[in-house]
Design a binder for this molecule. Structure first.
Ligand code: DAH
Length: 348
């Protein structure tokens, strides 16, 4: 039969022994294995307590009380050490923390240059009284070509390498169909700009199969070529600066008569034709770069939308957004717009 005094002595011996071992525990893992060893279900304390049932009733009471005290002592030793280790861990973490160090600025993203320039161009025209309209990228042959004075077999269709969906349906090759859609749904006076994606079967260093254009249209009584010149000159100076020179060069578009292309003084060489002692590579020495096409709305276009060409006149224009952005920001390579390289995009 087990003896109460020996068992009590063994139980009480656990406290000192465990306290010494806890002092050596340097990690939470050490601590946990000590907890299992002393306080666990199959641990040292449980092992000694398993002997209790073999004692006489009186001895059992004495040894039972000792076991309880020992258990409480072991538990508080363990809790104390756990608190100590946690505190040390926090102190160590704080030792590496420098509250005076500047914070990390999170990467916030930025607008794509095409988005920025589109917004800026639309804004310039909105301030002049134009409103912004949009329309479908999948367009019928009628709106994209025919109503714009380009009947089937018209040679001007060759100017634009069209992506056909079917004989009568195309991916719009320009934003000019918005002229037609606008005039069919509104009566004069109209003044709109129409930004959007356009598509052409064309892909090389200076062409991508998708790019962006902005179309403009103004129709009213008494609109003249002078209004066209004044409006577009004001626009160009707003975007490229007040000292920009503007030149209107005769050209041809089926939907305007007369037609012109607008050149601005070269943004790189300032119109001098040379840059850093060499021929300017952007304007190729001419001092001018082309920026948009324009003209007075052709009476055939008015006929297609049932506008009275005797009463109304108007001007129209169209420009490439990537081109404006390249000139404005000095971007040399069209492909940069579509690569989505963060190092490029973050500059805007
Ligand atoms: N649609 C023409 C193009 O894509 C651009 C253009 C030229 C639009 C003259 C016009 C205009 O409205 O009057 O090349």
């Amino acid at each position: 039969m087990a003896q109460a005094p020996t068992l009590v002595a063994e139980l009480e011996g656990l406290v000192g022994e465990c306290a010494a071992r806890l002092d050596q525990a340097l990690t939470l893992e050490d601590l946990e294995s000590l907890r299992v060893e002393y306080l666990g279900r199959k641990g040292r304390l449980a092992g000694l307590m398993a002997q209790l049932p073999g004692l006489s009733a009186e001895d059992r009471r004495e040894a039972g009380q000792a076991a309880n005290t020992v258990k409480n002592n072991l538990t508080s030793l363990y809790d104390e050490r756990l608190a100590g280790l946690n505190k040390a861990a926090r102190a160590a973490a704080l030792a590496d923390f420098d509250p005076t160090e500047p914070g990390l600025v999170p990467f916030a993203g930025s607008l794509h240059p095409v988005t920025l320039v589109t917004a800026e161009i639309c804004q310039a025209f909105t301030e002049l009284g134009f409103s912004v309209v949009t329309g479908p990228e999948i367009e019928t042959d009628y709106y994209n070509f025919e109503a714009l004075n380009m009947p089937p077999e018209h040679p001007a269709r060759d100017m634009q390498d069209t992506l056909y969906i079917s004989d009568a349906v195309v991916l719009r090759t320009h934003t000019s169909p918005l002229q037609i859609r606008t005039m069919l749904s509104r009566k004069p006076p109209v003044a709109i700009v129409a930004p959007g994606k356009v598509y052409r079967r064309d892909s090389d260093l200076t062409h991508t199969p998708m790019f962006h254009q902005i179309e403009g249209l103004l129709v009213d009584e008494g609109v003249s070529m002078a209004d066209l010149r004044g409006t577009l000159t004001a626009f160009v100076r707003r975007i490229f600066g007040p000292s920009t020179n503007v030149r209107f060069r005769p050209s041809f578009f089926p939907f305007t008569e007369p037609s012109a292309e607008v050149d601005i003084s070269c943004v790189i060489c300032g119109g001098k034709g040379e840059h850093d002692g060499a021929t300017c590579r952007v304007c190729k020495g001419t001092g001018f770069v082309e920026i948009l096409g324009c003209g007075m709305v052709d009476p055939n276009v008015f006929a297609a939308v049932d506008y009275d060409a005797e009463r109304y006149t108007g001007f129209a224009f169209g420009m490439g957004v990537e081109r404006v952005a390249m000139l404005k920001y000095g971007i040399g390579d069209l492909r940069m717009f579509f690569e989505n390289d963060i190092r490029f995009l973050a500059q805007f």
